[in-house]
Design a protein around this ligand. Structure first.
Ligand SMILES: Cc1cc2nc3c(=O)[nH]c(=O)nc-3n(C[C@H](O)[C@H](O)[C@H](O)COP(=O)(O)OP(=O)(O)OC[C@H]3O[C@@H](n4cnc5c(N)ncnc54)[C@H](O)[C@@H]3O)c2cc1C
Ligand SMILES: NC(=O)c1ccc[n+]([C@@H]2O[C@H](COP(=O)([O-])OP(=O)(O)OC[C@H]3O[C@@H](n4cnc5c(N)ncnc54)[C@H](O)[C@@H]3O)[C@@H](O)[C@H]2O)c1
Length: 486
């Protein structure tokens, strides 16, 4: 019997219309008569489409193309036209109002209803939205993402600093920027802000950029940022912030007068003045208003099993996908979890067994691919050497500079480095990291080798085309042979 939608009854209710929520809904109803509703207070498409992945990559690409052109004899590049770069970014985010009508149409085409508003659990299988109660026959999926972590620093909140939403949606380029953080958002934002003309100072509390990556990756990104004029202050944290005339002038506009940041380092305190302060200090779960207490759960990241069902809730009706479960806070991994979750919901609704790998998320434990679109790019999958050793694997590593015919043909200034982390017990790859221009496009071969557990002896027979950048795979395998003197 179909669910009674007029009474607010659906087979599947999904809170959050970001990439994870959209995919969970679509997979849960695909090829069936099941009904689903996406509950979304802002825009279908979520953070990724309008304030994160898409605008940031739209802002980064022109600087990368310009750098490549400048390294190519015979091309006489002028520079970046800021207005044109921002206009192209705006086209990708469907205008500054973030028109999501295309996504709404996609939902309709897939038989998914959309309810605008913030959803809240009000009991088992029950969701409240603006005074209306929705009831799920099979599943509720929480996919409400994350919000920026704003450190508790005196004066910081009152200074109305930029978050990643302002930086990706910037409407004007601040002359001087202090950027707090040394992670992925900070490295990417420093790259596009500096390529668009801002003088950027990064405050990094640790002693490396991209601290979770192979150390050579953060070092190469730091060197490149420094070369383009970014000042990086390691071991530095904001201790106090003051701003004259702080004003909410709108997303991506400079929020008032100059900001003074008192910076703590091991050597004492100094003061920096900037036109804008950007906070890129990680993400926090946004669960305080989700009503988790109504089903006996504490606030914070949700703990899920490998079918994406929330642990601590009986009856297999509550699931969590994407940033909210903190397994791998990346769009492609949230979508991966959502595909598994949707398939699990569908199978359970049909009383089918969860037989086969399709119903179990595994890649987001130790096989996660990621590309940091800084200049140079950092592409990685799986475990770093340090993480593999911590996990107790018997480890061998091979490294090589990416200096092959293909790379030198692509850019005269090509500089890159590659590293493989090998489990000597099984002769398979645990992880790989590549740094260099456009190495993101090289990553999927490594992901397939890691997930497919392809023995290195077999990889020898995967012959890279000549003269392609991917020939560095051959160099890596040769370096390993040379290490064995065979
Ligand atoms: C600047 C930046 C750049 C990034 N670049 C990349 C990248 O290049 N590649 C990559 O893989 N990842 C990138 N990420 C990470 C990526 O954006 C997230 O991992 C991804 O958006 C998570 O998807 P999600 O569906 O879990 O959450 P979100 O995209 O955050 O969507 C969650 C949705 O839930 C809605 N919501 C919130 N509360 C409620 C509620 N109570 N009821 C209903 N709905 C609610 C929100 O409005 C939102 O639309 C980037 C992040 C940032 C900040
Ligand atoms: N290309 C991509 O794949 C991409 C791009 C952007 C963001 N993302 C994802 O979005 C998420 C958020 O990125 P992010 O860069 O904000 O987080 P992150 O965890 O990568 O980096 C956070 C940085 O903030 C610093 N920090 C944390 N708390 C601080 C404090 N109180 N004071 C000063 N510094 C502090 C950390 O030391 C670190 O340098 C990550 O999961 C990231 O992978 C992915």
């Amino acid at each position: 019997m179909p669910s009674d939608k007029s009474a607010g009854e659906y087979d599947v209710i999904v809170l959050g219309g970001g990439p994870a929520g959209e995919n969970a809904a679509a997979y849960a109803v695909a090829g069936s008569a099941r009904t689903a509703v996406l509950v979304e207070p802002e825009r279908l498409g979520g953070e990724c489409s309008y304030w994160a992945c898409i605008p940031s990559k739209a802002l980064l690409r022109p600087g990368e193309v310009l750098a490549g052109a400048r390294a190519m004899p015979g091309i006489d590049p002028g520079g970046l036209g800021v207005a044109a770069v921002l206009a192209r970014r705006d086209a990708f985010i469907h205008g500054r109002d973030h028109d999501d009508s295309g996504q709404v149409q996609w939902a309709a085409d897939n038989g998914i209803d959309v309810v605008r508003g913030a959803g809240r659990l009000i009991g088992p299988r029950q969701v409240g939205v603006d005074g209306r109660t929705l009831t799920a026959r099979h599943a509720v999926v929480l996919a409400t993402g994350s919000r920026p972590n704003i450190p508790e620093v005196p004066g910081l909140g009152a200074a109305l600093p930029w978050t990643s939403r302002d930086a990706t949606n910037m409407a004007e380029v601040p002359g001087r920027v202090v950027l707090v953080g040394g992670g992925v958002v900070a490295c990417e934002a420093a790259t596009w802000l500096s390529s668009l003309g801002a003088q950027v100072t990064m405050l990094v509390r640790g002693n490396a950029l991209l601290a979770a990556a192979e150390p050579f990756a953060g070092k190469r990104v730091a060197d490149a940022l420094t070369e383009r004029g970014v000042v990086i202050r390691f071991g530095a944290e904001p201790a106090r912030v003051a701003r004259r005339g702080a004003a909410d002038t709108g997303e991506g506009r400079i929020h008032g007068g100059p900001v003074t940041v008192t910076v703590h380092t091991a050597d004492g305190a100094t003061e920096l003045e900037a036109d804008e302060l950007v906070i890129a200090a990680g993400r926090a779960p946004d669960t305080e208003e989700l009503g988790l207490e109504s089903v006996g759960l504490p606030s914070g990241h949700l703990d899920v099993d490998d079918h994406l069902a929330v642990r601590g809730v009986d009856g297999n009706w509550l699931y969590a996908v994407g940033d909210i479960n903190h397994r791998a806070a990346l769009t492609h991994m949230g979508k991966y979890q959502a595909r598994v979750c949707g398939d699990v919901i569908a199978a359970r609704a049909d009383d089918r067994p969860l037989a086969g790998p399709r119903f179990t998320a595994t890649a987001d434990h130790r096989q996660t691919p990621q590309v940091v679109y800084s200049t140079p790019e950092v592409a990685s999958v799986g475990l770093t050497e340090a993480a593999a050793r911590r996990a107790g694997y018997p480890v061998e590593v091979v490294e090589t500079d990416i200096a092959v015919a293909g790379s030198s043909l692509i850019r005269d200034d090509y500089s890159g480095h590659a590293k493989l982390v090998i489990d000597t017990g099984t002769d398979t790859l645990l992880g790989a990291t590549f740094v260099g221009p456009d190495v993101g496009e090289q990553l999927h071969a490594a992901t397939i080798a890691v997930v497919g557990q392809v023995p290195l002896e077999r990889l020898w027979h995967a012959v890279p085309a000549f003269p392609a950048v991917s020939e560095f795979w051959l160099r890596l395998l040769e370096a390993r042979r040379a290490g064995y003197h065979r």
